[in-house]
Design a protein around this ligand. Structure first.
Ligand code: DOR
Length: 420
């Protein structure tokens, strides 16, 4: 299954590339290693546009090795590492360190670069030197670029570099001091809430700036119905805007916060049922291009702090595909092929990752995800391969389990087990 459709076939791989695709090929290759994919969908490997690997600086929560292992187990062959590390990925030296550490990872680790120095929002980071290392997405993720003029300059600069700016849409003057969505549940719980408008005002501004500058913009982890509507309108008017949604935002609502369990604290916050429905509809009609995990590991001692003091974020890499099949396909919103598009070939195109996203055809890089769509499993509290345990889906029954993941021809996951 790839962007061109679906067919029943064997896939022959050698030297990191797909060499043949067709029926009955297994018997012609005696001596080859065979991965049993019966009953499975074979898709281009998944691509995550939004992964917090925490290295350098927060290795107690995750490392490039553990995070990329979680990615491989989740069917991902490529992840885009977010720049809110310590130090931030705001110059060539730190980007180079991440790329080098990623070389031995069981998943292709791409680096994003910060838009501003130290993600502080005051001065443009040296984007050109990072672009030279292959960085194609720049973002201050964790915060949005608040200054309109600086964002305009960054967008103008991005055009010449051939890169895309990705925005964490959050107006900090409206979100400061808040810890969940502003609505009925924040009132009941007595917790300070963040209105949907904190996100929507920046979505609105960035669409306007994309129009002004002609630059591409990617909107990260959108969470509100209003944001989806604005992106749909921007696309309809021909603007080069793309957007992603995170699995937790189309699966969970602010009601999950009712036990004050900080596992459910995330930025942007879990919203209400109408927002969840709008995100599903936006994914189904293509207004939202991609599902991106915002995999955000935090050490247990941090997540055990009181709700208002705990850091925001939840794990996602090992659950995204099954959540999408369960919530979106079984929920009647999308087909499996369309879901795989939002998880693989569409994000690969947004991040200009030429070796990922397929097609599953001779000559292309052998980056593959083999998923058993009939397998049902229940999420446990282990956190899987991640160093952290902040899983908000414990006890949920999901459909769809990754059986094998193939990275440049090497099976890095076989039968659901990581090989390195
Ligand atoms: O919940 C979040 N956690 N949202 C973000 O944007 C950043 C992330 C993190 O780094 O923990």
């Amino acid at each position: 299954m790839d962007a061109s459709g679906e067919r029943e076939a064997d896939v022959v791989v050698a030297d990191g590339r797909i060499v043949e695709v067709g029926p009955g090929l297994a018997s012609q290759h005696a001596g080859a290693q065979v991965l049993d994919a019966s009953g499975c969908l074979v898709s281009p490997g998944l691509v995550d546009l939004h992964t917090h690997l925490r290295q350098p600086g927060k290795e107690e929560a995750e490392t490039i090795e553990t995070g990329s292992r979680a990615a491989a187990l989740g069917g991902y062959t490529a992840v885009l590492a977010m720049p809110n590390t310590t130090p931030a990925m705001d110059c060539a030296a730190v980007v180079r360190e991440v790329l080098e550490l990623g070389r031995s990872a069981p998943c292709d680790v791409h680096a994003s670069g910060a838009i501003t120095v130290e993600r502080a929002g005051a001065a443009l980071a040296p984007m050109a030197e990072m672009a030279e290392l292959g960085v194609r997405i720049f973002t201050d993720d964790g915060t949005g670029v608040q200054d309109d003029r600086l964002m305009r300059r960054a967008l103008e600069y991005s055009v010449g570099l051939g890169v895309t700016l990705a925005q964490h849409c959050e107006v900090s003057s409206l979100s400061e001091g808040t810890c969940m969505h502003e609505g009925e549940w924040s009132s009941r719980l007595g917790l300070p809430g963040q209105p949907a408008e904190a996100e929507e005002l920046m979505v609105m501004r960035d669409i306007a700036l994309a129009r002004l500058t002609g630059a591409r913009i990617h909107l990260l982890h959108l969470s509100t119905a209003g944001s989806v509507a604005m992106v749909a309108a921007a696309k309809a008017s021909g603007l080069p805007v793309s957007a992603e949604a995170a699995p937790h935002h189309f699966t969970l609502t602010d009601e999950c916060c009712k036990e004050y369990d900080a596992t459910f604290k995330v930025h942007p916050p879990l919203r209400n049922a109408a927002d969840v429905a709008a995100l599903k509809a936006g994914l189904a009609d293509g207004s939202i291009d991609a599902i991106a995990t915002d995999h955000a590991p935090h050490a247990p001692e941090d997540k055990e702090r009181p709700f208002d003091q705990a850091p925001p974020g939840m794990l996602g890499l090992e659950f995204a595909l099954a959540l999408a099949f369960t919530e979106l396909v079984d929920g009647g919103a999308m087909s499996e092929a369309d879901v795989l598009g939002t998880l693989s070939w569409k994000p690969a195109a947004i991040a200009q990752m030429v070796d990922h996203g397929g097609p599953v055809e001779a000559g292309h890089a052998a980056n593959l995800c083999i998923v058993d769509p009939a397998a049902r499993w229940t999420v446990d509290a282990s956190g899987g391969a991640s160093r952290s345990r902040n899983v908000p889906y414990v006890g949920r029954e999901l459909r769809g389990k990754v059986r094998h993941t193939v990275l440049f021809g090497e099976p890095v996951v076989i039968g659901g087990e990581a090989q390195r």
